[in-house]
Every structure is written in structure tokens, then in C-alpha cells.
Design a protein around this ligand. Structure first.
Ligand code: SAM
Length: 280
């Protein structure tokens, strides 16, 4: 008998998704962890009642967090993923065989265990790949204390609720900057701006006050309801708006990303442009 999952992330708006089977329903030290097999999105990871990733539409998110940067960075060898416990973003980075390593810092080992078991289709066992080093701690602590330096830092973080809150503090962005290499580049999941405008404004305000260059990459992930999801990019040396794909950069197999989409995703509708303009 089908049951219904109700996501109530936004005031006054909820989405109901038909569940064929409940695969996981547990509470870890940090959050409620559920995995549903759904009619429309395939398997879906839900943390504290908020959709994190689905088999059907994860590419629109994980490919756009990874490939616009990996295609234009000269020599990205050392990558840090903040959050990312479902392994989908790590899988995209592993498509580039020239990288040295991925450090993945997720606060919750239970999410990794669940993702290894139920999300092989989207992570292709990335979480067991020898190039991926797993760390189980608050990523804010990790980036404050690590001596490592990175070419690319990807904040595959949840919404600023619960354990995710620490990944939206100004200190987080300052520490990200401190552990980026000279030509380093960072990209942050920054909410569905039409419904989470405050979240996007906060991120852009912090990033603009810390980095020389920044901007947005837009994507649309149907299960993250409300239209464009904004990914904020930042760097002190690299301007994504003026960057081109590195000559000879390996063509990768994707279901959402391509170079036209890369270019188009850097443009923003006025309601997002105004945020960028108004924050100096
Ligand atoms: N794509 C999702 C989104 O846009 O909301 C994010 C997916 S990923 C599963 C989010 C991960 O962040 C979770 O596995 C969660 O355990 C982890 N996380 C939450 N707070 C964290 C923190 N303070 N430090 C490290 N990882 C954290």
C-alpha cells in the first residue's frame, strides 16, 4: 500500500511524494535519516524531513556543483567536499582521473553507511574509492584545523538548519579561503532563491566580503521545489565569467551538464542579479 512523504520546508508550501517502500527510518546522533523508494524520483534520501538527493534528478545538482569548475581549472588535484555524504558529488569529481584525492567531510557516518548501501546508482561506490578520504566531523572544525590546502572546495551542504547551520557562518567562508591554494576555487550550495532569498543573500554577502571574485551558477533540480537553485562560486584569482574550458580537458559523460549549459548557467534573472548588484 503506497504511503505519502510530505516535505514542509517552506512556509505555506509543501510537496507530497508517493512512497512505494520505506527502506530506512532511523535517527542518528545528528538527524533523522530516511530513505524512500518513491514512484516518481526513485530512491530518495531525506534528512530531518528535507529532501537531500533523489536518483532521478541528482545530476542537475551534482554535475553543476562539479563540472563548471573542473572544466575551467588548470590543474585541480586536491578536492575538498563539505557534506556530500550521499557520494553523488564525489562520483562526479572521480570522473577526472588526474585528481590526487578527495577529502570528504560529513558530520554523520550513518549517512555514509546508508548511502553506500542504497545509493550505488548515483554514487557508483565513490565512497569506497581509494582516492576518497572520509572524515566524520563538523566540517567547520575540519576546515579550521586542517593544514591541507585545496584546489577546489565544494560545499555540498544541506539547508542552514540543525548541524548544517555551522556551514553558513561567516567564519566558515573565511576558513574556506584560508585553505584554498593560490588559484583555488570554491562553490557553495546556496538555496532555491525564489523561496530561500534570505539564504542566498547571506551567502553572497559573506562571499563578496571575503573573496575578490564571485558569482552564481544556476541549476534546476525538480525535487528542490521553487525554481532555480543558486550555487555561489568564489575565488581570489579565477573569474568564472571570463574562463574557458581548458584545452584538451577530458570530455565527461553527463546527463545534465554540457558547455552551453555551463555558459548559460552563469547568467541570472533580475531577481537574482539585483541581489548580486545590491551587495557591494
Ligand atoms: N544536496 C543536498 C542539499 O542541497 O541540501 C545536500 C546533500 S548532502 C547529503 C548534505 C550532508 O551534509 C549530509 O550528509 C549531512 O550529514 C551533512 N552535514 C550537515 N551538517 C554538517 C556539518 N556541520 N559538517 C559536515 N557535514 C554536515
Amino acid at each position: 500500500m503506497n504511503t505519502i512523504f510530505k516535505e514542509v520546508l517552506h512556509k505555506g508550501l509543501k510537496q507530497e511524494i508517493l512512497i512505494k517502500k520505506v527502506l530506512v527510518d532511523m535517527t542518528s546522533k545528528y538527524q533523522k535519516i530516511q530513505v524512500f523508494d518513491t514512484l516518481i524520483y526513485g530512491k530518495m534520501l531525506v534528512l530531518d524531513g528535507i529532501i537531500q538527493v533523489t536518483e532521478k534528478d541528482e545530476a542537475a545538482y551534482s554535475e553543476m556543483l562539479v563540472h563548471p569548475a573542473m572544466q575551467i581549472l588548470k590543474n585541480p588535484k586536491d578536492i575538498l567536499i563539505v557534506g556530500g555524504g550521499d557520494g553523488a558529488v564525489a562520483e562526479e569529481v572521480l570522473k577526472y582521473n588526474f585528481i590526487n584525492k578527495i577529502d570528504l567531510v560529513d558530520i554523520d557516518e550513518e549517512v555514509i553507511k546508508v548511502s553506500k548501501r542504497y545509493f550505488k546508482k548515483i554514487n557508483k561506490s565513490s565512497l569506497s574509492n581509494k582516492k576518497v578520504n572520509l572524515f566524520y566531523e563538523d566540517a567547520l572544525n575540519f576546515i579550521t584545523n586542517t593544514k591541507n590546502k585545496y584546489d577546489l572546495i565544494i560545499a555540498d551542504r544541506p539547508d542552514p538548519v540543525g548541524a548544517g547551520k555551522s556551514l553558513f557562518k561567516k567564519k566558515f567562508y573565511n576558513n574556506v579561503k584560508n585553505i584554498l591554494k593560490h588559484n583555488g576555487f570554491a562553490i557553495f550550495q546556496s538555496g532555491v532563491t525564489f523561496l530561500q532569498k534570505k539564504e542566498t543573500i547571506e551567502v553572497i554577502k559573506h562571499v563578496k566580503s571575503i573573496f575578490e571574485k564571485s558569482g552564481v551558477i544556476l541549476t534546476v533540480v525538480p525535487s528542490y521545489i521553487g525554481g532555480f537553485m543558486t550555487l555561489v562560486w568564489s575565488s581570489n584569482q579565477i573569474d568564472m565569467l571570463k574562463s574557458k574550458v581548458i584545452k584538451g580537458r577530458k570530455k565527461i559523460k553527463t546527463s545534465y551538464y554540457n558547455d552551453e549549459i555551463r555558459k548559460a548557467s552563469l547568467s541570472a534573472p533580475n531577481f537574482i542579479k539585483i541581489i548580486l548588484w545590491n551587495i557591494q
